[in-house]
Write a protein of this length. Sequence first.
Length: 499
Amino acid sequence: MRKALICAFAAGGLAASAHAAEIDWGSVKDPLPDTITWKGITFYGTVDVGLAAMTTGAPISGYLGTGYGYQMYGSPFNRSGQFGVAPNGLSQSTVGFKFEEKIGWDFTAVGRVETGFLPTSGNFADGCKSIQENNFRPTYLQTSNGDSSRCGQFLNGQVYAGVSSPAYGTLTAGRQNSIGLDIAAVYDPQQLSYAFSFLGYTGNNQGGIGATEDARWDDSLKYVYQYGPFHASAMWTQGGNDTAMFGGAWGAGAGFTYRGFSVDAWYEEVHGAVNISPLAVNSTLDRTLVNGSISDDWGWGIAAKYSFDWGGWGGYKDGWAGCYGGGLKDGPVCGKVTLYAGYNDVHSNLPQNPIPTELFQTIGGYTLATNNFAFAGRERELVWGGAAYEIGGWRFSAAYYWYGQNDFLTGTAAGVFSNCAAKTASNAAAKNAGTFFGNAVGSNCHGDANQASFVIDYAFTKHFDVYVGYDWSEINGGFASGALAKENNLVMTGVRLKW
């Protein structure tokens, strides 16, 4: 029955897309100006909402940015078929302002303030709240939840100001995307989609460096410089209480672009990084707390892409290299193919400066029940590849992601460590006692996650597009610890309004 629902949903969405090609969408009027700008201040935003059907999910959250647990990694609560209105399939819904104004001597003042929200509930995106709501609940009763760099702050996106110069580069200060996140946004074939991209759904192996909350750095300085085809960047933050890292962080990146080919590499270190999760069923702690696992992390990554023209819409005409008309009015008449690939490697270890229990807060003002012994010698690797074809208003994209981890030691707040075998045995005993649910394998055991997706997106105008896509994901080994299921099939269709 579930497979039939998925197939019917997919067929309906793709049929609608195919039928759309027979209509002259060039006659569709764009009611919005190119930008909404006044005296150098531009108001912008995105609203992304649709319908999702999945074979293995959990009830929707009114706070988690993704709404549903679209993918199996990080979603041990996924357990049953789900269908309903869903938010943020292709991108996070946001509103914000950006500022650019010439100030003389070839310098420009720049700035941005932005926040993310759920169009399905009207709430600010708040992953920490979604976790807190599930304290003491067994996984088979939990709603969708997960850690995030967006934890209900009034401005949970980027908030920064600075100066920019063609000769000297750009220097900004505030709450900013990490260098790893910036690079992931450029080299992900699914453009950091929540529903169809592993890179978008979880940030703990790219900009987050072992902790999703660290995809954006509070109180940070960032410098970006470009010279011809080469560019470089550097970033630093002092960290501290009420941020996602207590010991500070630094990072650097560099790359170049030449004749359709581009490559970037990055390195980052984060000290006192925060990962949070719900309090266990048998916990005696205050309900308002969240489990906070602290680690010192370092990681690096490299990614590349290559773009080239590939014929035009409709097949062979004057040779495949020929470019000719069709598609969105005043849009490109030549199809473009882009190939993507990337690799990240992140290590997590015990913090050199442990954080006292129940005295510190993470972003959003959530107080931590701290564990400084969760990750001893953990290594995680992410490999991905994919392709996209763009013609007129159409974009067809496909991607595959593999994520894996090693066996490592994990400990309790009391400092008692367990290896994979010992943790698995402990979970099995707790399962027999009724305090642990799902797969008993230890979370510190070797494991991997696989994900594949395909998306069709059509832009009626530069401000309005529709999409339909399919995503398959599975988890194994340590990534399936506590999970009620291991595989999910997702079909989602939606609309985006951008201005």
